[in-house]
Ligand binder design. Structure first.
Ligand code: URA
Ligand code: ZN
Length: 382
């Protein structure tokens, strides 16, 4: 336990050089648009369908391992579990997705294996691999890739979007994949990309604000709810699923969800538990930017235990929020949300750390857990 007190970032992305080359070669979204301004490179990343303001400025922060380490050093981050960023392989035909997934998994293994040591037995970088989750892929190809990732010693999980192989995460065709992920113990990091139609209920352009602040978390909320409603967590109870952005709106809506299920006997008959119970089976990143939200999520996780026994739950007791904190893990979302002016530390990171520190009812042990100890246990790094 010499590693206690470490800061571990489990939500941090990379566009590996091989993937960037592909994005540079494309002339439709997703793409990297290469251009220059006053003689300096001014490349832009266009990954959303109607990317506002000509795309996001993109540079070495997005692909260079040294930049990742510098960012970690600047923010006191000891170890990071790095994932490829959206939209992964979603836009590729099946055979191309399969080949590129294998290559990018090997690339990420090398990226991590050549990172500095944190301790005699640990590197500073570990990773989430990629599965070729696209329509028309064979399940055999997905299982082969799970096996590949499992054998790569620095890859500790997979990152997954919300579409599955085109029919969502409640597609029964995915059952063998869930089974393999459960058996291998790889952590599934569930992350959004598509959001909600940017014209939903209004016409004004609000840049990235609506898609990133609301669209992304709602997408995660819906995808996770579908997974729960399809009984995935009943059939694969040892699956370890980590939700991006603290599970989006799912914690806030979980009692409403339970009530709607109660009033729909067909859906209710598919589930072995009250909907709120399933939240205690999930893991949540702590990328929520506010102490009240983090405290609330930990309450909802802790509350899930009330719904486990089969007897009617009592709703009149307060929960022990320290218990819920054990399933929450610090993240930064680097290289997204960079500071607009050059500053020593990124506001997006500082805010998430301050939020963890300010959660009322969390003591030192809970805060250290969320900052890093929970991640070290989840990824079997202790
Ligand atoms: N924007 C993205 O496109 N992806 C993230 O993960 C965060 C912000
Ligand atoms: Zn992210």
């Amino acid at each position: 336990m010499a590693l206690a007190g470490r800061l571990v970032d489990i939500h941090t992305h990379v566009y590996l050089p091989r993937y960037c080359s592909l994005l540079r070669s494309r002339n439709t979204v997703p793409r990297i648009l290469t251009s220059s301004h006053d003689g300096k490179p001014d490349d832009r990343l266009l990954i959303l369908d109607h990317e506002p303001s000509g795309g996001r400025p993109v540079g070495p922060q997005y692909w260079d391992r040294d930049e990742k380490i510098k960012f970690m050093d600047r923010h006191g981050i000891d170890l990071s579990v790095v994932s490829s960023a959206n939209p992964w392989l979603d836009f590729l035909p099946a055979s191309e997705a399969k080949t590129l997934a294998s290559q990018l998994n090997e690339d990420l293994e090398q990226y991590c294996s050549e990172s500095p040591q944190l301790s005699p037995s640990l590197k500073r970088l570990y990773g989430f691999g990629l599965l070729p989750l696209v329509p028309e892929i064979s399940i055999a190809a997905l299982l082969e890739t799970v096996e590949q990732i499992y054998k790569l010693s620095y890859l500790k999980g997979i990152i997954m979007g919300t579409r599955g192989i085109g029919k969502g995460l409640d597609d029964e065709a995915l059952d063998p994949v869930w089974a393999a992920l459960e058996k291998t113990g790889l952590v599934v990091f569930l992350h959004p990309h598509y959001g909600v139609d940017e014209k939903a209920w209004g016409d004004k352009d609000n840049g990235h604000v609506l898609p990133l602040a609301l669209g992304f978390p709602f997408e995660t909320t819906i995808a996770t709810t579908r997974l729960i409603l399809a009984g995935v967590l009943d059939r694969f109870p040892s699956l370890r699923i980590l939700l991006a952005h603290s599970g989006g709106a799912l914690p806030q809506l979980s009692s409403r969800l339970a009530s709607c299920i109660d009033h729909d006997p067909v859906v209710a008959s598919r589930l072995s538990h009250d909907a709120r119970w399933y939240l205690g089976k999930l893991y949540f990143d702590a990328v929520a930017y506010g102490p009240e939200e983090l405290g609330f999520v930990s309450d909802v996780i802790a509350r899930s235990a009330r719904f486990g026994s089969g007897s009617p739950a009592t709703l009149d007791k307060t929960v022990d929020r320290t218990l819920g904190s054990k399933r929450m893990l610090f993240g930064t979302d680097h290289p997204f949300f960079p500071p607009l002016q050059s500053t020593e530390k990124w506001k997006s990171v500082v805010e998430n750390l301050q939020a963890i520190d300010a959660v009322s009812g969390w003591g030192q042990a809970e805060k250290e857990g969320v900052r890093g100890d929970n991640a070290l246990s989840l990824f079997n790094l202790v």
